[in-house]
Write a protein that binds this ligand. Structure first.
Ligand code: ADP
Ligand code: MG
Length: 450
């Protein structure tokens, strides 16, 4: 019933208010004439109660509930799992039904915002970006398939849509189809059920460029995999371009058939590394530019973007969500975007990012990974086989925690902050030239962040 009330509220308060204020609410109780809701932060609680309390009460009553008053609560201080953080911000309004004409094409709609222009390039994603650009520029099929992989929210879908947009401009006659692996499966199952498998095959085999997002989804789904394999081969045989994404490298997708894995590896496999501080800051700056146009008159204090880039390291989606909320708050309360305001209205997101790995955990995982003793992480040994892992741990400590260099130094057996700095620089340098180190770090990072 709250869902129904939400639909009504969406109409009365408008989409942007709804997304910012109503969607993050959770109904926790409704008894004895009191409807209780949970808001993610105190700030949101006060704001919603003051500005939307009446509307919510009215809609609840319209929906036939006997409600005397509403209560808003804020959750107890407890860490929120990182994967839930984006929920309050990103909760989408109910989607409009898809147009019928779209149904005949095996594709999903593209997000108009996901273009190459809006993609910020930094060290962690420059290879993936360059490969995507190359494929989008067409010409002889060079990398087939192009396989993009990386963690959640690092820009895989964005890049795929960007390729599709670019192809539509450069080769308007080409039939470019983008869809998620889940949609692929859904269509396949539907075709089976409706005995239209020949149509299905024909449809997919007649495209010029096929993009399948999040292919890990079909792992373990045997008949879908089988069909995917045949589609894949048929297209490659015809010299058609295929672009695939997944959350990990082909070889690491569990329950994916070997022959598919090896097929996926035939082309170019590139990964999107977790963002670094510079990239996050670059993304924030770019998005802020766009917001400035949207909210003229809003000012932002120095250091806010730096603060966010430093504190929100999980993924770009969360980062964007934070910025969106920040601008919405500031414009509603008519205040400058200051550090205080950011801290106040992003408590939940910041708190979740705080639920971070500790330096001890990092040292333990790194030691395990390189098969060295934990005590060597903080000990004095200087042989390369121990010093290198130690530097990796220093690097990760800087990246994944909010500890300062002197603090990190203290936890590495009382080393000086310049030693830590040197270690971090060394790793940064190696990451550019030594593929193994880059992969090790990527892996460790995923392990630690999951
Ligand atoms: P993935 O598919 O890897 O989970 P998405 O492509 O959906 O991630 O990206 C999540 C959000 O972050 C999107 O809104 C996207 O526009 C944004 N994003 C990710 N990387 C970048 C980038 N380098 N520049 C600009 N926006 C980015
Ligand atoms: Mg995606």
């Amino acid at each position: 019933t709250w869902g129904r009330v939400c639909n009504e509220l969406l109409k009365t308060v408008g989409k942007s208010n709804y997304t910012t204020w109503i969607a993050p609410l959770r109904m926790i109780d409704m008894a004895e004439g009191i409807a209780a809701f949970e808001a993610p932060t105190k700030f949101m609680r006060d704001w919603v109660s003051r500005n939307f309390g009446e509307a919510i009460l009215r809609e609840l009553r319209n929906d036939g509930h006997v409600v005397e008053r509403i209560e808003f609560r804020v959750p107890e201080l407890r860490p929120i799992p990182a994967n839930e953080v984006s929920r309050p911000v990103a909760a989408p309004a109910p989607a409009a039904p898809k147009a019928r004409s779209d149904e005949d094409l095996p594709g999903a709609p593209l997000d108009a915002r996901f273009t190459f222009d809006s993609f910020v390039v930094g060290k962690p994603n420059e290879l993936a970006h360059a490969a995507a650009r190359r494929v989008a520029e067409g010409g002889p099929v060079t990398f087939n398939p192009l396989f993009l992989y990386g963690g959640v929210g690092l820009g895989k879908t964005h890049l795929m849509h960007a390729i599709a947009h670019e192809l539509q401009i450069r080769r308007p006659e080409a039939r470019v189809r983008y869809l998620s692996a889940e949609q692929f499966m859904y269509r396949f199952v539907q075709a089976l059920r409706e005995r239209q498998i020949m149509d299905f095959k024909e449809m997919f085999r007649s495209v010029d460029v096929l993009m399948v997002d999040d292919v890990q989804f079909i792992a373990g789904k045997d008949s879908t995999q089988e069909e995917f394999f045949h589609t894949f081969n048929a297209l490659v045989d015809q010299g058609k371009q295929i672009i695939i994404s997944a959350d990990r490298a082909p070889g690491e997708i569990k329950d994916l058939e070997e022959r598919i894995k090896s097929r996926l590896q035939c082309g170019l496999v590139v990964d999107l590394h977790p963002t670094d501080y510079e990239l996050r800051l670059g993304i924030l700056q770019t998005k802020t530019e766009a917001y400035r146009a949207q909210y003229p008159g809003l000012t932002m204090a120095d250091g806010v973007l730096e603060f966010l880039a430093h504190r929100i390291t999980t993924n770009v989606r969360v980062l964007e969500g934070a910025l969106t909320r920040l601008f919405a708050f500031a414009s509603l309360v008519g205040k400058e975007i200051s550090l205080d305001l950011a801290q106040e209205c992003l408590t939940d997101i910041l708190r979740a990012s705080d639920r971070k790995v500790t330096i001890e955990e990092i040292q333990r995982k790194v030691a395990e990974h390189y098969n060295v003793r934990l005590s060597d992480m903080i000990g004095p040994k200087r042989v390369r086989t121990i010093a290198r892992p130690r530097q990796v741990a220093m690097y990760l400590s800087k990246q994944l925690t909010t500890r300062s260099l002197p603090e990190i130094g203290r936890r590495f057996g009382g080393r000086d902050h310049t030693t830590i700095m040197h270690g971090i620089r060394k790793i940064e340098e190696l990451m550019g030239s030594d593929r193994q180190i880059a992969e090790d770090i990527d892996l460790l990072r995923r392990l630690l962040e999951s």
